[in-house]
Design a protein around this ligand. Structure first.
Ligand code: COA
Length: 416
């Protein structure tokens, strides 16, 4: 079966998480991704958070599937020559070095254009142009700078970062879209272009609804669906943390379920969607609320939301989260169990859909990974293991036209 990105060759100069997420997606869509790593050490994540001594970490293996790895010291003259050959041969260069690193290496946008005017050069940086453009950035810095931390957590607590890697993997996703878009435009223009994603921008894009709320707050001085409104508190001049309130027009909250005293994930997200209000009242045994003017309309409920959730919780506490899910869904009442990572890893439907995949690795054996979350009907994803450091160095060099003597010379000079 053909793949969507068959024939696209990626020079993958990425490391850590943001860039590798992007190139992994492109590899899953069929691109030939050649990961260029520093001779001797490789991507730092190979050795970070190791669970098996001397074996590539899960951090690395889970972000670098379906790629080939070559080692190359791109600061040595002979290494630069190989890199030039790769640039001529590839369609896309993806990198997420610290700002200026590629220029310092001698590969400015202008130089790359000279070598290959069709090349798309895609970069992740922490910040776009502005006061912080020269800063090195990791995930949580981006979450803080992009509006996520300020709006996550409870009003009476400090800002909180989220477990979802919206700064790194979020940026990688944005970058991947930019790359395929640039490839599409290249079909018409014949030219490459620069594709830049700043992690701050990617996080902010995912926090779009909070900038919406900032403007609502400035116009009206309040936001009725926020818990602060129901609790009679006041709003300051910027969007507050809203605990577990829903970000949309349908109020919701996380409620305790049976077993919550000992199981940290015995909770359910419950949404008091307006059209199913009568069904909610019947399920929890509060039929009187259906016609009670204090509860009958969404507007009447807004100032009472927290006490309504507390009453619903009296009912959810009598059932497990899965029982609550079954009962409420019979009436189309939207809700979602808080699934632990253990439960997700063991979920048969996620295995069946290829979202959780078991992969075999020659050094670590079998491990679980998250497969391609984007399913194309005409370009199936087959998740294969990440490459060992430099596993494909000779194979790729031969493809580029290097003969055995030249490869031996590169090895003697410790370029590869
Ligand atoms: N051969 C020779 N040198 C190489 C090389 C290779 N194959 N690959 C990388 N290098 C060099 C770089 O040229 C750079 O050298 P320089 O500092 O002399 O210019 C050096 O290795 C270090 O690269 P750098 O990107 O600065 O790594 P770091 O570990 O110090 O910083 C980050 C890591 C993630 C903070 C930084 O890369 C960054 O801010 N990236 C952009 C934002 C980002 O993606 N962050 C999220 C990461 S998940």
């Amino acid at each position: 079966m053909s793949k969507a990105l068959d024939g696209v060759r990626i020079l993958d100069f990425t490391h850590v998480q943001s860039g590798p997420t992007c190139t992994q997606l492109l590899a899953w869509f069929g691109a030939d991704v050649i990961k260029v790593e520093r001779a001797g050490e490789g991507d730092a994540t190979r050795g970070q958070l190791r669970d098996i001594p001397g074996v590539d970490s899960l951090y690395f293996t889970m972000l670098n599937h379906n790629k080939r790895s070559i080692t190359l010291d791109t600061k040595k003259t002979m290494g630069k020559q190989v890199l030039e050959t790769l640039i001529r041969d590839c369609d896309v260069l993806v990198e997420n070095f610290a700002p200026g690193a590629l220029d310092r290496m001698g590969f400015s946008w202008e130089r790359i254009q000279e070598l290959n005017p069709r090349m798309i050069v895609a970069s992740v940086k922490g910040f776009g142009p502005g006061p912080y453009q020269h800063c090195k950035v990791y995930e949580n810095v981006a979450q803080c700078a992009g509006g996520s931390a300020a709006t996550t957590g409870f009003a009476d607590g400090p800002p909180v970062v989220t477990g979802a890697q919206i700064g790194d993997s979020g940026s990688g996703l944005h970058l991947a879209l930019g790359i395929v878009t640039a490839l599409f435009q290249r079909n018409a223009t014949g030219r490459g272009q620069k594709v830049d994603t700043a992690m701050q921008d990617a996080v902010l894009n995912l926090c779009r609804v909070k900038l919406r709320d900032q403007q609502r707050l400035e116009r009206t001085g309040t936001m009725e669906e926020y818990p602060q409104f129901a609790e009679g508190g006041t709003f300051g001049d910027s969007v507050p943390r809203a605990g577990n309130a829903s970000g949309g027009g349908q109020p919701g909250w996380i409620l305790k379920c049976k077993g919550w005293e000992t199981d940290p994930n015995a909770y359910i997200y419950f949404i008091a969607q307006a059209p199913v209000w009568p069904a909610i009242c019947k399920v929890i045994g509060r039929e009187g609320w259906i016609s009670d003017p204090d509860y009958a309309t969404p507007r009447a409920r807004l100032p009472r939301l927290m006490s309504i959730f507390a009453t619903v919780e009296e009912w959810t506490r009598e059932h497990t989260k899965f029982e609550v899910m079954d009962i409420l869904n019979k009436y189309d009442i939207p809700c979602g169990p808080i699934l632990s990572m253990k439960e997700i890893a063991e979920e048969p439907s996620l295995r069946a859909s290829g979202t959780i995949v078991e992969v075999d690795h020659p050094e670590r054996g079998k491990y679980l990974t998250v497969g391609n979350p984007i399913k194309l009907s005409d370009s199936a994803t087959e998740v294969t293991r990440s490459p060992l450091l430099g596993e494909h160095t000779e194979e790729v060099l031969r493809e580029l036209g290097y003969d055995a003597a030249q490869i031996a010379a590169l090895r003697d000079e410790r370029v590869i």
